[in-house]
Design a protein around this ligand. Structure first.
Ligand code: HPA
Length: 289
C-alpha cells in the first residue's frame, strides 16, 4: 500500500514536472517578444523559405538554445522558432517540425504547439507537403484540408490527461475550422491560385507508400497523403485552438505510372508552390486577424 502511494506521488510529480517544464520553455520563448503573436504557423517541408522573404523578423530562437528541447533532424528543416510580423500581423513560426519517422514520440512532435498555446496563441496554421491521391489533383496544387484520417502509430493524447490543456475525450467532429477553410478556398480562387479541398491521411513513413497502399488510402477516402500535421492538429484541438491546414501537392500518386520519388523532387515542388502558398496565407492572415 505504502509502495502504491509512493508510486502515485512519483507519477503525479513527473507529470507536474512535464507541465512545469513546458511553462519554463514557454517563459524562455516569451522573453524574446513584447507582443503575443496572433497566429502560430507550422512550416512544412520546403515551405520555410517563402516566409524568409516576407516575414519581418523580431526574434529567432534555435531549438538547440532552449535547454532540454528536442532537436530537429530532417535535412529540410532548420529547427527554430521565429517571432515576427507578416503583413503587420504578429506571428510565431515554427521552422522545422518534428516527425515520428525521426524517432520522436508524439508528445515531442506536438510540443511546439503546446508551447504556442502557453504563449497565448489560439490560432494555428499548418502547412505540409503531401502526395496527391485524388486523380483530379495536379502537381503544385494547394489542398485546403477539410478533414483527416490518422494512421499514425499511437496518439499524442495517450497517457494521463492534462486538464489544464483540455478534456480527456476531445471532440473531432470539426478539427479544421469550417469558416476558415471555406474562406481559404474562396480567397485562393480570387487570387487565381489552383486550389482543392480534401481529406489528408497521415502515415508514419519514412518509406513512401506502395501502389497497393495508395489504392487502399484512396479507397478509405483520402485525397492526399503525408507524414505530419495530424498530431499537431489533434493537440491544437485538445487545447481548443482554431486550425487551418494547407497541403502542397508535391507529387502525384498515380497508380498506373508510379514513378520513383526523391526528397529533392518534393522540396523542389514545395519551393515552387511556396510563393502561391505565401500569397494565400498572407492575405488570409490580414482577413482573419
Ligand atoms: N507519401 C507520398 N507522397 C508524399 C508524401 C507521402 O507521405 N509526402 C509528400 N509526398
Amino acid at each position: 500500500m505504502l509502495y502504491l502511494i509512493f508510486y502515485a506521488f512519483v507519477l503525479a510529480s513527473v507529470i507536474d514536472i512535464e507541465y512545469n517544464r513546458l511553462l519554463q520553455w514557454a517563459e524562455h520563448l516569451g522573453k524574446a517578444v513584447k507582443q503575443v503573436p496572433k497566429f502560430g504557423l507550422v512550416a512544412g517541408t520546403g515551405l520555410g523559405s517563402f516566409m524568409d522573404q516576407q516575414l519581418e523578423v523580431d526574434a529567432e530562437i534555435k531549438y538547440e538554445d532552449i535547454p532540454g528541447f528536442p532537436l530537429a533532424t530532417a535535412e529540410s528543416h532548420s529547427g527554430r522558432f521565429v517571432f515576427g510580423r507578416w503583413r503587420g500581423v504578429p506571428v510565431l513560426v515554427m521552422k522545422g517540425r518534428f516527425h515520428c519517422y525521426e524517432g520522436y514520440n508524439l508528445e515531442q512532435v506536438t510540443l511546439p504547439v503546446r508551447l504556442m498555446k502557453l504563449l497565448g496563441i489560439d490560432k494555428l496554421i499548418v502547412t505540409n507537403a503531401a502526395g496527391g491521391l485524388n486523380p483530379n489533383f495536379q502537381l503544385g496544387d494547394l489542398m485546403i484540408i477539410t478533414d483527416h484520417i490518422d494512421l499514425l502509430p499511437g496518439n499524442p493524447l495517450i497517457g494521463r490527461n492534462e486538464t489544464r490543456f483540455g478534456p480527456r475525450f476531445p471532440d473531432m467532429s470539426q478539427p479544421y475550422n469550417i469558416l476558415w477553410y471555406n474562406l481559404a478556398f474562396e480567397t485562393a480562387q480570387q487570387l487565381k491560385i489552383p486550389v482543392r479541398k480534401g481529406v489528408y491521411v497521415a502515415v508514419s513513413g519514412p518509406n513512401l507508400e506502395t501502389r497497393a497502399e495508395y489504392r487502399f488510402l484512396r479507397i478509405i477516402g483520402a485525397d492526399a497523403v503525408g507524414m505530419s500535421t495530424v498530431p499537431e492538429v489533434i493537440v491544437a484541438r485538445h487545447m481548443n485552438m482554431k486550425v487551418l491546414a494547407v497541403s502542397v501537392i508535391t507529387d502525384i500518386c498515380d497508380l498506373d505510372s508510379l514513378e520513383v520519388l526523391t526528397l529533392e523532387q518534393v522540396i523542389a515542388t514545395a519551393d515552387k508552390a511556396g510563393s502561391k502558398l505565401a500569397m494565400l496565407l498572407g492575405s488570409l492572415l490580414t482577413e482573419l486577424n
